[in-house]
Write a protein that binds this ligand. Structure first.
Ligand SMILES: Cc1cn([C@H]2C[C@H](O)[C@@H](COP(=O)(O)OP(=O)(O)OP(=O)(O)O)O2)c(=O)[nH]c1=O
Length: 201
């Protein structure tokens, strides 16, 4: 099995990858995350996931490198990470009482070649009060997250309904990530420990 590298600075992505029993190292990729003018969000997230995976792959021959990107899309517009508290407040006010899409792309690169999957999940927010938004911003949770919220954290109480992949909203679609690794010849499940091999443990 070649070494697996997660090309990400996101602690959430590392937790998700640990969850499926993979051994991997972490090497964040330094790529420009500015959308190009008129770039559709579907293409934007896939471009960034590929760029992140390929950037790290370039200096890690033979390794399997995973890169990912998550963005929140409301009425066709990209909501990235909030620039400051006011930006977070404006984003959360727009998400309040509305349904948005979370788009996450995951790419697997090896020796300059890459494969990518796109996952789109619909997330419905209930109405949020101004006081609640302010209290949420004061916790600091919104600041490093696309759309200014974390479904896996305090922000979990804002969500009425989710149609799609929960892990994709948190930052890494697990089924699609495993499918990419399996397609490359490395099924995740082959590394799972068997409790039957060590009775009594
Ligand atoms: C919508 C949502 C996003 N997020 C996070 C996932 C991502 O970390 C972040 C989106 O930013 P990204 O640019 O996708 O990722 P990142 O900058 O954190 O890490 P890297 O580029 O090095 O891989 O938002 C949550 O944690 N929970 C949520 O509910």
């Amino acid at each position: 099995m070649p070494s697996i590298i997660l090309a990400s600075a996101s602690p959430r992505r590392a937790v998700l990858l640990e969850q499926i029993g993979l051994a991997f190292s972490v090497q964040p990729a330094d790529v420009d995350e500015t959308p190009t003018p008129g770039e559709p969000p579907e293409e934007y997230v896939q471009r960034l996931a590929r760029d992140k995976a390929l950037a790290v792959s370039a200096s890690s021959p033979d390794c399997l490198v995973l890169g990912s990107d998550t963005t929140v899309v409301l009425n066709g517009r990209i909501l990235g990470k909030p620039a400051d508290a006011n930006d977070a407040r404006a984003m959360l006010a727009r998400l309040s009482g509305a349904t948005h899409q979370v788009m996450t792309a995951v790419a697997l690169a090896r020796n300059g070649r890459s494969q990518c999957r796109l996952v789109i999940t619909e997330v419905c927010f209930r109405e949020l009060s101004a006081a609640e938004i302010d209290a949420y911003i004061a916790t600091g949770e919104p600041m490093d997250k696309a759309g200014g919220y974390g479904i896996q954290g305090l922000g979990g109480i804002f969500i009425n309904e989710l149609r799609g992949s929960y892990s994709s909203v948190v930052g890494l679609p697990l089924q699609e990530t495993a499918a990419l690794l399996e397609h490359a010849g490395y099924p995740v499940w082959k590394n799972w420990p068997s409790s039957l091999e060590s009775p009594g443990s």
